[in-house]
Design a protein around this ligand. Structure first.
Ligand code: MLT
Length: 315
């Protein structure tokens, strides 16, 4: 019997990838990071595909991969996978729940502090040979009201990590029934937006969350408010965000994710002074990449060698 052909397309921890390649019963493509162009050539034979956020498992990709049986998202969000079409074709989908959540949460906190203390702008100015102490007076995170949209694993990590700053933390999440020791439940998203000094988004991208942060919600923010998004770009109406930032209706924003990634070179967001941008780095730490890689390898082995499907994502 031929060995299942496995492709890792968006990179993996080097040591782990070597371990994966050594598994006798699997035929692993020898490169761990493959351009979307080269991936096309491998699709006719691929049976197991391990991806991060760069590969979009679209209808077109699936139709070019007739032997594909299993897609593993080495990470959390599966919005880059057409799960309905996978289901139709009998292709199983898994993610690696929890494995990179701490990194994503820490990145949101880093963005909060960056915007509050203006360190990104101060760094830029220093590199330009200046010493503009007065221009970069910031604000503390200590005792601020922080509103968390979505109180799942990552939202809860953020609440825990910032509790050391003695914040008054609120959360909005219809799926969580009551307040916790780290955050107070708010029933209306509008209230969370109007009461918070800093708002951090931590919901997955699904039909119901697309553009939930729209012009109306943004208009409820304090003029000193800061919006952080390290979840998914399409949760925020980017045009409305651009407008409130351009008109300085809020203090600033820190964004790691965008409606279209990579963010277009000429995106108007790049021209704004009051937003800090990072290129979807939430899960990009060595620790997180090790954990997601470890889980993905375990899952691919279980599936192909033991017919055991772990961490299935259906919707
Ligand atoms: C995820 O969904 O796992 C995060 O956005 C991190 C990533 O994909 O790099």
């Amino acid at each position: 019997m031929s060995k299942p052909f496995i492709v890792v397309s968006d990179g993996m921890d080097k040591g782990l990838f070597n371990d994966l390649c050594k598994i006798d019963q699997l035929n692993v493509h020898p490169e761990a990071k493959i351009s979307q162009e080269s991936l096309k050539n491998l699709l006719p034979d691929v049976e197991g595909l391990i991806i991060r956020s760069a590969t979009n498992v679209t209808k077109e990709l699936i139709d070019s991969a007739p032997k594909l049986r299993y897609v593993i998202r080495a990470g959390e969000g599966t919005d880059n996978i057409d799960k309905a079409y996978c289901k139709e074709k009998g292709i199983k989908v898994s993610n690696t729940p929890g494995a990179n959540n701490n990194s994503a949460g820490e990145h949101a906190v880093a963005l909060m502090l960056t915007v509050l203390r203006k360190t990104a702008w101060a760094n830029q100015s220093m590199k330009e040979g200046k010493w503009e102490k007065a221009a970069f007076t910031g604000n503390e995170l200590w005792k601020k009201t922080v509103g968390i949209v979505g109180f799942g694993r990552i939202g809860q990590i953020v609440a825990k990590r910032i509790s050391g700053f003695e914040t008054n933390t609120l959360f909005f999440d219809p799926l969580v029934s009551r307040s916790t020791s780290t955050a107070t439940k708010v029933d209306k998203l509008e209230d969370l937006f109007s009461q918070s000094d800093i708002i951090s988004i931590h919901v997955p991208l699904i039909e119901a969350t697309k553009n939930i942060v729209n012009e109306n919600l943004l208009s409820k923010m304090k003029p000193t408010g800061i919006l952080i998004n390290a979840a998914r770009g399409k949760i925020v109406d980017e045009q409305a965000l651009y407008q409130v930032l351009k008109e300085k209706k809020i203090r600033g924003a820190g964004f790691d994710v965008f409606a279209s990634e990579p963010l277009e070179n000429n995106s108007p967001l790049r021209e704004l002074q009051n937003i800090v941008l990072t290129p979807h780095l939430g899960g990009s730490t060595q620790e997180a990449q090790f954990r997601v890689g470890e889980m993905a390898i375990h899952q691919v082995k279980e599936f192909f060698l033991n017919s055991n499907l772990l961490n299935e994502v259906r919707h």
